[in-house]
Design a protein around this ligand. Structure first.
Ligand SMILES: [Fe+2]
Ligand SMILES: [Zn+2]
Length: 451
């Protein structure tokens, strides 16, 4: 069955326009033929990179070289791909040779600004391997064909590797409970050092927004070892790896027995936690405490379909947040961020930030603030729709790991004593690991110049 496409909104970027004044360039997705508008019940699928084969080799001292059906040509001392000229300064700056780029670290060793502004191509040739250029500064460069094709491809294609986009993003509602994404811990009896099926786990998290790792030893050490195989555990003012009971040891409602509505964590940081893990180690002398998950991308998709103007407000109005429960601490991000954050290059929805308890100011002139509340009320109603809520009672041995930039979490009230452990992993760290284990280092590094 085809899958829904990621919600998408493209914005004008006017650096001097305050965020509250920005409007999406198109609010009529149903009447817009552009492919950027999400289509429900369609599949968000990676495109294939160009795969044209070279038919022959050509040498160019001057003039024009065109190989039939090959998208790279050299014309009037310019390299062009699919008819787009690649600037000489860009080409020279992205020379892949070992004196311009460190072969191991892939760091640029060339001082970009020593390149003559009028750098020119003296000689160029096209081969199976790509394009070789003799430059007017006496340097020689070889550009792999894939690098040039990738650089000239549309942003949505170029950014697949950078963003770590999976082949599909599956948006879900309560029905995910019938077949949730699950992987198994390889050694239920030992507490640590077992190699996890990381590619499978991280692929499921990237595709669905969460994954259970079943048969994990119900201990803090096994849970911590599981997380550190993804990346290091991120410390916050609450500590790093946590192992808590409902004792209000930290001044946050998470440490009580109260019900918690669906929210994302750490909206008070500029860079909210990327992954969060929960492992219920024990629940004695009581009941309740079911876990709630809501796919924020699905709710955003619903909002975009129902009310594009409300979607635009939540995508453009900055909101501030704080964490002030602990004495002497009031953490606030260095700037406000909209509820729905998009990638600047592609417009792809990247992040949902939603925590009503931790919300501080809404960055609108106060007499206009009603606009944000109206839009937020609509989003809130979608997040609380029964069809969008997935409830599950966690049990010892089942670790829940979810994408805190996408999936909201909550829980019902409970009685008795619960012991829960878990931790956070940074967004960039887990996406990096996901890319490495699914795409491979070579592919990731080959796309650095074009992302
Ligand atoms: Fe939370
Ligand atoms: Zn070089």
């Amino acid at each position: 069955m085809p899958l829904p496409r990621i919600p998408f909104a493209r914005f004008r970027y006017a650096s001097l326009t305050p965020s509250w004044a920005r409007q999406p360039s198109c609010l009529q997705p149903r009447h817009c033929a552009k492919p950027h508008h999400m289509r429900r019940n369609s599949t968000y699928t990676q495109g294939n990179s160009q795969a044209a084969d070279i038919r022959s080799n050509s040498i160019l001292p001057q003039g024009r070289v065109v190989i039939p059906d090959y998208p790279i040509e050299i014309n009037d001392r310019k390299v062009s791909v699919n008819g787009k000229d690649l600037p000489n300064i860009w080409l020279r700056d992205n020379c892949q040779c070992s004196s311009c780029m460190h072969p191991d670290t892939k760091q640029r060793m060339l001082d970009t600004f020593t390149i003559p502004q009028d750098i020119a191509i003296n000689n160029a040739s096209v081969s199976d391997h790509g394009v070789r250029i003799e430059w007017s500064d006496n340097h020689s460069s070889l550009y792999p064909r894939a690098l040039l094709l990738q650089a000239a491809s549309p942003p949505t294609q170029r950014s697949i590797i950078r963003l770590g986009l999976p082949p599909t993003l599956t948006l879900w509602g309560s029905e995910i409970g019938h077949a949730p994404p699950i992987e198994h811990h390889p050694s239920p009896s030992s507490s640590s050092s077992s190699t996890l099926p990381l590619a499978a786990i991280l692929s499921k998290i990237r595709t669905h927004g969460f994954c259970y790792i079943d048969a994990t030893p119900p201990t803090p050490s096994a849970t911590s070892a599981l997380l550190t195989q993804i990346a290091f555990i991120r410390p916050t003012h609450y500590g790093a790896f946590y192992d808590f009971t409902s004792d209000l040891s930290s001044a946050d409602t998470a440490y009580t027995t109260l019900a918690l509505p669906a929210h994302t964590d750490t909206t008070y940081f500029s860079d909210p936690a990327g992954l969060q893990a929960f492992h219920l180690l024990s629940h004695t002398r009581g009941a309740g405490g079911a876990s709630l998950l809501v796919d924020g991308f699905k709710a955003a998709s619903d909002l975009h379909a129902a009310d594009p103007a409300a979607y635009a407000v939540l995508s453009s109005v900055n909101v501030h947040a704080h964490a002030s429960g602990n004495r002497g601490i009031s953490i606030q991000a260095h700037r406000g961020f909209p509820v729905l954050q998009h990638d600047g290059a592609t417009g792809a929805l990247l992040q949902v930030r939603w925590n009503t308890a931790d919300r501080a100011g809404v960055e609108l002139p106060v007499h206009e603030a009603g606009r944000w509340y109206d839009a937020a009320r609509k989003f809130d109603a979608l997040l609380k729709k029964r069809e969008n809520e997935y409830w599950e009672q966690l049990t010892p041995g089942r670790v829940l790991v979810f994408d805190n930039w996408r999936v909201l979490h909550g829980r019902s009230a409970f009685t008795g004593e619960r012991r829960v452990c878990g931790g956070y992993v940074n967004r960039d760290d887990w996406i990096s690991k996901y890319k490495m284990v699914t795409m491979g280092q070579e592919k990731v590094l080959a796309h650095l110049a074009s992302g």
